[in-house]
Design a protein around this ligand. Structure first.
Ligand SMILES: Cc1cc2nc3c(=O)[nH]c(=O)nc-3n(C[C@H](O)[C@H](O)[C@H](O)COP(=O)(O)OP(=O)(O)OC[C@H]3O[C@@H](n4cnc5c(N)ncnc54)[C@H](O)[C@@H]3O)c2cc1C
Length: 398
């Protein structure tokens, strides 16, 4: 009889989801290794928001000084109208959220978060330049073959290889990600340049017809990250690293509040992201292999939860494997999927709905949205408790 310590888990992909899962699995006593196609762990030069539902897990798997060295704690989230800047909703984050949910709300530079995760994971368990090519379920174990010719065996395989997941294709067949009709320009501005604006350390979301604009501090407050989301009919490339023209962003935001335009104008370079998501899957697992993060539930970023859900996935997966043990890996993967799939699907759907809500043209529907936000905002402590109070490792809690 194997003990949990001898259970071998192969994680394919070393993004935020794969690294966080590997750390949760390691903490649960498993023999875990990461296989990443790149020559190093890399993330885009951009920000990421991490809610308490994910930060409570990060605090278990990364030492606090490493995790928080460059993290920013926003005091509030401010939803505003695109032209006159009128407040639609101002909801607390900061100490109020930490007191309510027992974990903080963070803003990170993606590179800082990825490096913090990588620093907490033993380097000898990382295999770079390993691009997954084939999965073979042999009943008593699962094998993975890589493009470099290497073949490994494990008790369980986790495909955490992102929106263009090879693991997903191998398990469930080919299917193209869906272009959501939105593109995002992203930029990082040195905070010192924006000092005259007197920006508060909060999360800002400006809503307007057909587009919205998000900005917040990252990198210990040294940089202001912005994401400018615009609706577009078509998109041909799927790269995260295409450069954009600042003039195009300024033109798209003509007539918007001066604060928005000043932030755009202060950036040195912008990059374009085409935003893709996927229809929810009905299953994530086949035998001894399963999926995690964007590989199985890629979503629009309009709930700021894609990485958060990936981090939750890893915690639930580790708890299920630990609970059922090495003699019942396929059952553990099915339990993981049953626990995670409804919640991730709900967030995929809410993210799509927010595309409509954020982008309403001025008129009766927009006025109804604004009235609702004023009375019963979607980001108040009470309204967001279902999302932030969740502990993904507590699989007995139901
Ligand atoms: C504009 C924008 C803003 C966002 N903002 C937020 C936010 O504020 N908060 C939030 O929680 N989420 C946010 N997200 C979503 C978040 O970025 C993703 O959900 C998250 O990064 C997914 O992580 P992942 O590890 O699943 O996938 P990825 O980060 O894509 O990692 C996949 C890894 O697998 C590797 N890989 C791929 N194929 C193979 C292979 N065949 N073999 C081996 N390795 C392979 C890749 O090299 C990569 O390292 C945002 C997304 C966008 C586009």
């Amino acid at each position: 009889m194997l003990t949990t310590r001898e259970m071998k888990v192969a994680v394919i992909g070393g993004g935020i989801g794969g690294l966080a899962a590997a750390l949760s699995l390691l903490r649960a006593g498993m023999d875990v290794e990461i296989f990443e196609q790149g020559a190093a762990f890399t993330e885009a030069g951009a920000g990421i928001q991490i809610g308490p539902n994910a930060s409570r897990i990060l605090h278990r798997i990364v030492p606090a000084p490493v995790l928080t060295a460059r993290a920013v704690r926003p005091a509030a989230v401010h939803q505003r109208r695109w032209d006159d800047g009128r407040t639609l909703q101002l909801a607390p984050l900061g100490e109020a959220v930490e007191a309510a949910f027992g974990a903080p709300y963070y803003h990170f530079h993606r590179g800082d978060l990825l490096q913090a995760l990588a620093a907490a994971f033993p380097a000898e368990r990382v295999h770079l330049r390993h691009r997954l090519a084939a999965i073979r379920d042999l009943g008593d174990r699962v094998e993975a073959e890589f493009e470099n010719g290497a073949v490994i065996a494990a008790d369980a395989l986790v495909g955490a290889d992102g929106i263009h997941s090879t693991a997903r294709r191998l398990l469930f067949g080919p299917e193209k990600p869906h272009f959501t009709g939105c593109i995002a320009y992203r930029g990082l501005v040195p905070a010192a340049r924006l000092a005259p604006l007197g920006l508060e350390v909060i999360s800002n979301n400006w809503m307007g017809p057909g587009q919205h604009f998000v900005h917040y501090f990252v990198a210990g407050g040294d940089l202001v990250n912005f994401v400018a989301v615009i609706e577009r009919d078509s998109w041909t490339r799927e790269s995260w690293t295409d450069r954009g023209e600042k003039a195009d962003v300024l033109e798209a935001y003509a007539g918007w509040h001066p604060q928005v335009r000043t932030i755009i104008d202060a950036v040195d370079e912008t990059f374009i992201w085409a935003l893709f998501d996927r229809a929810p899957l009905s299953r994530w697992s086949v035998g001894r292999a399963t999926l995690l993060g964007d590989a199985c539930h890629a979503m629009l970023p309009f709930m700021a939860q894609g990485a958060g859900q990936a981090i939750e996935d890893g915690a639930t997966l580790a708890a299920c494997l630990q609970r059922l043990g090495p003699g019942a890996v396929p059952e553990a993967l099915r339990l993981y999927e049953q626990l995670r799939l409804p919640r991730a699907t709900r967030l995929q759907e809410l993210s799509r709905l927010n595309k409509l809500r954020f982008h309403l043209p001025d008129g009766p529907a927009q006025q109804r949205r604004d009235a609702e936000l004023a009375v019963r905002g979607d980001r108040s402590i009470e309204a967001i408790a279902w999302l932030y109070a969740h502990d993904a490792a507590a699989i007995d809690a139901g």
